[in-house]
Design a protein around this ligand. Structure first.
Ligand code: G1P
Length: 287
């Protein structure tokens, strides 16, 4: 299976931080956000990845490319560990790039993958969402698809005050964590949300989604929404929602990013203990 990582958004919620820097390259402890996403795909056995980029996103390509000068310098200085790490990043997967020339939304970005994907099911993994789990979340979705067919999307309960930031689903529960989706709404008001289950940004889709995307008019924000195309798809084929096992870290806005950085920093064996001590002292000082 191939994966598509949409990473063409303007990062408006992060301005001015993202004026000249892709939000997918924001650091989370040791690595940029998008590296976590690529690593999840690779851990799930996916080695062909298409990243949808746009103007101003060159640093994503550079990050996954060889860096000959850096490699030479690390080699000459005997920095073997660092050298192995930069080589690993450059050789992790076969990565292809397509540019979205005009910002027409997530649905339009996914449609740009049609030629590369062809007539096969494929994964979509948002470039600003980190999943940490024993079994990669995308693998959990692939396993459901293998058993049930159709398309499978990751969902989780969303607090009421966050509903406006998510695509929300209505589903009939068919087992402990699995729902058959009956309806989807992109970023509704809390009163209009069909349930408390939100779309978290990892999808395994049937190629029929491309036809649905072509028939999807611009929706919320004047953009072609993947959620709207999924609603069309759910009328033609089965679409499941899986409440996955694992933790999802939302890098979609500044607070989410700061919280993730803190939490994963605290979990780091080397940085965790001194960071914990510093935060404790800081909090008692500031309160
Ligand atoms: C996108 C999707 C939305 C989903 C969200 C998850 O929105 O359109 O359905 O719930 O990702 O992060 P965005 O956050 O790109 O505005």
């Amino acid at each position: 299976m191939k994966a598509v990582i949409p990473a063409a958004g303007l990062g408006v919620r992060f301005l001015p931080l993202t004026k000249d820097q892709p939000k997918e390259m924001l650091p989370v402890v040791h690595k940029p956000t998008i590296q976590y996403v690529v690593e999840e795909a690779v851990a799930a056995g996916i080695d062909d990845i298409l990243i949808i980029t746009g103007r101003g996103k060159r640093s994503i390509e550079d990050h996954f490319d060889r860096s000959i000068e850096l490699e030479c310098a690390l080699d000459q200085n005997g920095r073997r560990k660092e050298l192995a790490e930069v080589m690993r990043i450059a050789n992790m997967a076969t990565i292809h790039y397509v540019r979205q020339k005009v910002q027409r939304g997530l649905g339009d970005a996914v449609l740009l993958a049609r030629q590369h994907i062809g007539d096969e099911p494929f994964a979509v993994m948002l470039g600003d969402t980190i999943n940490l789990s024993a079994v990669p979340v995308v693998r959990q979705l692939m396993d459901v698809r293998k058993e049930m067919g159709g398309s499978v999307i990751a969902v989780e309960p969303v607090p009421r005050d966050k509903v406006r930031d998510y695509g929300m689903i209505k589903g009939a529960r068919i087992s402990d964590r699995l729902y058959e989706i009956e309806d989807l709404v992109e970023k509704p008001s809390p009163e209009d949300a069909p349930s408390d289950l939100g779309i978290t940004g990892t999808y395994v889709l049937s190629p029929r989604i491309f036809d649905c995307l072509e028939r999807t008019p611009p929706g919320r924000g004047g953009e072609v929404q993947l959620t709207d195309a999924l609603r069309l798809l759910s009328k033609e084929e089965r679409v499941y929602g899986l409440q996955f096992e694992g933790r999802r870290y939302d890098i979609g806005d500044k607070l989410g990013w700061l919280k993730t950085t803190m939490e994963l920093g605290l979990d780091d064996p080397e940085l965790g203990p001194p960071l914990r001590e510093h935060l404790r002292a800081l909090i008692s000082q500031k309160t």
